[in-house]
Write a protein that binds this ligand. Structure first.
Ligand code: HSE
Length: 425
């Protein structure tokens, strides 16, 4: 193994994790030569000479072999990665937003410059899912990839569900443990999991789907009554990222889901992530590991740096070799929608309604809704609505095309709403 000299951008939670894993690895041959940081006044645990605020001192240093980009800002990260690849230097990054939003461009840039970009640490922390998809599943058609892709929300849901901790306390614990993004709305609203899902769509199905085309519902609207409903039914609630190939179309979305107690994802707790996949030949597989935190993510970055020492690169086999599978949001999901005020929900968006319950402190409707409708801001942004996917709802619904809503059911529900409104007034 050749000795690798690293130029590092960012020395936050993951950067420090890389430093520690690198120094405690018994057989890694390499060193961090320079670290570029934004704030020179911040007290640092290492010698000041190791730090610089000048990106060019790293990017133009011919003695540096590999650039490791671990900063928060996706735009600045893209600039660093672009300049490094154009300079012929290979790069490791853990910036999922930057990779997901620019993957087409980054694949082409690697091909034209000959330099490699690896990003295992960007998806599910320490679970080596990208390399597994690239190498082991490079030639096997996959039917589904699904899992818990965000450590912070899994930590929060575990604490809220099992220890009755309030949401705010659980979130601030996730922040102080270094799991959450510096803007935690990216975690709790499902954006972080969506970036990871978008990246995996490329490695699992060979397609690039910009994150803006994928629906993401978060956990921040879940109310105590929803937790109670789940408990009564024997379900857990998990934030699930899911992609499924049906009749050679791919569907993908991030939503909270009710998970039955005998499901393999039910017992994945705290900051652990899990990926389940179903392949045409291998059938079901399950991968579990820590998805957030300094050392687990630092270790994933170190593994990428080490892979570069033997000239490893992603081949994007499915992207280059397969006919392009179309991505679609034209499919039904079975959803549970709870709400405070009947006027807050638009029943016309349901294709069919299976169950409804109105009361003073907890009202909900269960029915089928098209993914396209869920992308609409009125569903995503209204804090009074909470939407959770029903247990197994996706299995039966995905793949059925959206048709017009059933008018009779809606009329009946509207009457129920009016009645509740009269009682409330
Ligand atoms: N905020 C992310 C999470 C960090 O909680 O999963 C790891 O990507």
């Amino acid at each position: 193994m050749k000795n690798i000299r690293i130029g590092l951008f960012g020395f936050g939670c993951v950067g420090q994790g890389l430093y520690e894993t690198l120094n405690n690895s018994k057989n890694f041959s390499g060193e961090i030569k320079k670290i570029c940081i934004k704030n020179p006044d911040k007290p640092r645990s290492l010698d000041n000479n190791l730090f610089t605020t000048q990106a060019d001192r790293i990017l133009n240093d011919s003695a540096i072999d590999v650039i490791v980009e671990l900063i928060d800002d996706a735009e600045a990260a893209l600039d660093i990665v672009t300049r490094a690849l154009k300079n012929g230097k290979s790069v490791v990054t853990a910036n999922k937003k930057m990779v997901a939003e620019n993957l087409s461009y980054l694949v082409d840039l690697q091909a034209s410059t000959g330099a490699a970009l690896l990003y295992e640490g960007a998806v599910c922390g320490s679970i080596p899912i990208i390399r597994t998809l690239e190498e082991y599943f490079g030639h096997e058609p996959l039917n589904e990839i699904k899992g818990i892709f965000n450590g912070s929300t899994n930590y929060i849901l575990t604490k809220v569900f099992e220890e009755n901790l309030d949401y705010k306390t659980a979130l601030s614990q996730a922040q102080s443990l270094g799991f959450a993004e510096s803007d935690p709305t990216l975690d709790v609203k499902g954006f972080d999991a969506k970036y990871k899902l978008s990246i995996l769509l490329t490695h699992a199905f060979g397609i690039h789907v910009p994150p803006a085309q994928i629906v993401n519902l978060g956990i921040d609207h879940i109310k105590p009554a929803d937790l109670e409903y789940a408990r009564e039914k024997g379900f857990g609630i998990k934030l699930i990222a899911q992609a499924k190939r049906i009749h050679d179309r791919v569907y993908a979305f991030v939503t909270p889901q009710f998970i039955k107690s005998d499901h393999s994802l039910h017992n994945v707790k705290n900051e652990f992530n899990a990926v389940t996949l179903n392949g045409e030949f291998c059938d079901d597989q399950l991968f579990i590991g820590k998805g957030a935190g300094s050392l687990p993510t630092g270790a994933a970055v170190l593994s990428d740096v080490s892979a570069l020492s033997y000239d490893y690169r992603y081949e994007y086999k499915k992207h280059y070799n397969l006919g392009k599978l179309p991505f679609s949001n034209d499919s039904l999901l079975e959803v549970y929608v709870s709400f405070d005020n009947p006027h807050e929900i638009d029943l016309e968006d349901f294709e069919s309604i299976h169950h409804k319950y109105f009361s003073f402190d907890h009202s909900y409707v269960i029915g089928k809704m098209c993914i396209n409708h869920l992308l609409d801001g009125k569903w995503l942004n209204n804090p009074k609505n909470n939407i959770v996917l029903c247990a197994n709802g996706t299995e039966s619904s995905l793949g059925s095309l959206c048709v017009k809503a059933l008018n009779a059911e809606i009329e009946e529900l509207k009457k129920g709403q009016e009645l509740l409104e009269k009682i409330t007034v």
